[in-house]
Design a protein around this ligand. Structure first.
Ligand SMILES: *Cc1c(COP(=O)(O)O)cnc(C)c1O
Length: 215
């Protein structure tokens, strides 16, 4: 399968300030190389084992994004090289990432995942939980974690109004804290809804099937 055209037409049609993460989960190395040769450098994976394997076998200037649910006991495998963890959904996970950052003598960049959908199947902090966390003393104690912003996934629905409302609620939350916490990244939008997400203020989209084809 040729992905060059998919990739180029997406890149040509998104605003300059929007970062494209190519979600390569389940896809073979040669397709990732193909995208790499087109200039793509940001790739996203949702399984630790697959992420580590691809990191080891692909060019070292790739920025690897962890976008899937992350178990605490697996943070240590990706801590040395991961570029951004999008899917921090608990305080315990945040503490573990901080611990692994310290062990690796680095600061690990993360996003806090917010549950903006009403699907009940998505991970993430509720709006209440996130306000509590961001106003807590813990924020001053995380010396080896940098919270770069927020991530969310809208409901699986064709109702654009619902999707728009969910993305807008995340955008508003992001802007409430942006200045004080120096947020930089609002990660929202997948293949089916990224145009709406960009309209709603996203500056990072995570696209899999629209680049690599269906999984
Ligand atoms: C799989 C996945 C994507 C990409 O989904 P597509 O619909 O293929 O674009 C984006 N974000 C997360 C968190 C994912 O798990």
């Amino acid at each position: 399968m040729k992905i060059d055209n998919n990739l180029r037409s997406i890149i040509d049609n998104i605003p300059e300030q929007v970062t494209l993460v190519a979600v390569s989960k389940t896809k073979p190395m040669d397709l990732i190389r193909n995208a790499y040769d087109c200039g793509q450098r940001d790739f996203g994976e949702n399984k630790v084992q697959e992420l580590v394997n691809k990191f080891e076998n692909l060019p070292k200037d790739i920025k690897w994004h962890m976008i899937g649910h992350l178990q605490r006991n697996k943070v240590k495998y990706i801590a040395p090289f991961v570029y951004l963890i999008h899917s921090v959904d608990s305080v315990r996970l945040l503490n573990e990432i901080n611990k692994q950052g310290k062990k690796n003598n680095k600061t690990i960049s993360v996003l806090l995942q917010i549950d903006i959908s009403d699907d009940n199947t998505k991970f993430g902090f509720s709006f209440n939980e996130i306000d509590n966390l961001l106003n807590s003393d813990l924020m001053n104690e995380l010396n080896n974690v940098k919270i770069e912003g927020l991530m969310g996934m809208a409901s699986f629905t064709l109702n654009e109004e619902t999707i728009k409302n969910q993305f807008t609620s995340l955008k508003n939350l992001y802007h409430n804290y942006k200045k004080n916490l120096n947020f930089k990244i609002l990660s929202m939008g997948m293949s089916g809804d990224y145009k709406i997400a960009i309209e709603c203020g996203s500056n990072l989209i995570r696209l899999g099937s629209s680049i690599f084809g269906n999984r």
